[in-house]
Design a protein around this ligand. Sequence first.
Ligand code: ADP
Length: 685
Amino acid sequence: MASHLPIVQFEDKIMKTVEDNAVVVIIGETGSGKSTQLSQMLHRRGYTKSGIIAVTQPRRVAAVSVARRVAQELGVTLGEEVGYAIRFEDRTSDLTRIKYLTDGVLLRECLSNPELNQYSVIILDEAHERSLNTDILMGLVKRLVKMRASKLKVLITSATLDGEKVSEFFSDCPVLNVPGKLYPVEILYSEERPKSYIESSFRTAMDIHVREPEGDVLIFMTGQDDIDKLVSKLEDRVQSLEEGSCMDAIILPLHGSLPPELQVRVFSPPPPNCRRFIVATNIAETSLTVDGVVYVIDSGYVKQRQYNPSTGMYSLDIVPISKVQANQRAGRAGRTRPGKCYRLYSSEVYQEELLDVTVPEIQRSSLAGSVLYLKSLDLPDIDILKFDFLDPPSFESLEDALKQLYLIDAIDDTGLITSVGQTMAELPLEPSLSRTLMEANENGCLSQALTVAAMLSAETTLLAGQSSKSNEKKRKHPPPDLPDGSGYGDHVQLLQIFEQWDQNEFDIGWCKDKGLQVRGMMFVKDVRRQLSQLMQKIAKGSLNVRTIERYKERQRDYKNLRKALCVGYANKLAERMVQHNGYRTIGFKPQLVQVHPSSTLKTDEDGMFPNYVVYHELIATSRPFMRNVCAVEMPWVNPILKKLEKLNIDKLSGGSGHSIREESETKVSSLPKKEEAVTGVPDDR
Ligand code: ADP
């Protein structure tokens, strides 16, 4: 079925190298068959007799899509011999021998089984994406290889990775290059950056449609909003074309939040005499290979989430892609025959402005979750601050992570993980939400907190409508009969929405009437059930059973829930600044911030604004905004202020702070410059 794929021609060589070595790096062009074929080769050679083959993917969508494909190729039912596991969705069974899973899920599995004994082979796929979790896995797997000696095989695969660097990291392991058969791609540059890359992509796409011979067009946009706009523009124009003036056309969006049944449409070939326009995020760069593409339109931008450890602020920026990404995008045009790539920027921009490689996620993310994770592994020979990273994070972001963890009681003032922290690490949630659940269990509102955690985990798909812009609008003006949080903010509103749905017996029609996305709400219900089970398991009998009873305890001021949120989000606290009509964050570097306009908490009604709030995240768009805020009270804030006063960073980092500063500061790459700020989420991690 897949014998034409380049990697299949190298089966013997790859298998011989794997047999002789514990770790092998495999570099092969996107679409050469790494994700779908390597696991099957290993299966054919008997590696599934002694254990399961794990294949990690940084993206949820890719894990699901590739597992589906491999099950199809092997003619088995998905979830049986071939399965997948992504956060909150496990489609594997006792029969599973090939398991696709996100890198985050594999990290979590290390907690309960540090030696990952169930696996005979671990393939870290898409390593070039340099996701934070894959980077951490590389460090852990390196250690594991030594411990499990000849019993574990590790394959690191990538489209563009610097093979030598990874090989060095793994004690000079062999690097195999699988030559792809890419046809030449003609690169056409624009003279200058267009004012609107959506408009310019639209015009270029229509030019191709009218002038160029058959072949699909792949257009790289930055996110769902752009994609929706461009898809509707293209649809309007294609429909208005005179019949017979050019071939038929189908327009297909492709991004991480698309329902799976719509995602797979890109894998079906078009009907005869029909051109497909696939409008995609960078998910089509290397994660999903769309066959039949001959023309690529490259906007030259990507949406990237960036964390600034000195302000604790995330920004979701549209930034120029790197040269490596530009080349990957162009390569998509040459898979079936010679193609063309239209770059909506000049060759000078390519040469002089684009960074050579993308900045790894570890150097642009908050590390609180990862540091807590590594501390919870309690590896005697691993000093977290000197963990063996392929590219180390900055000292500043490690320091930031320690401070955050200290404020929410996950580590003590000497940097040691606490029992609270140990339990937090077992929950598949970010540290603040885990801490909230634990506190809620103590103070009698676990049921409510579980709902809030589940609602926050599914927030991007919660409100009906395709575009996140329209979601923002809807949140700003919820239908009058949707709950409004009773003046306590967004977390309470999320709780009230779910409770109303519950009171309406989880009726699908109710969701539709309220403008809530049915799929999103069903997901929330399922996540809530899973979290509740996990809490029962983790708490091992110490769960506050009284509180798990549904909504018996009705507090009109949601005091216990808000108090639990205050403890969980002690590192994300802000106080009212009346003269600025906003807030000032409390913590290491105070910032003036505003409540995000999408919030249900309105600060402009006289006397209605709370003096203190906690927020889910700080996001810099046109100004710094707090997203998802909850009103908290002075007496709960005081202990946090006391902790802050006592904080001593040298003690927290085990007294080794300065030596780390010297070591890692030199290695941090410069971040791409900020172009334009937007709201929303980057593609599906
Ligand atoms: P690589 O990992 O080297 O990028 P893949 O193994 O992902 O390559 O892809 C190999 C081939 O399998 C490509 O032609 C791709 O289009 C096809 N393919 C991958 N996933 C699917 C799927 N879910 N449905 C149909 N074809 C797929």
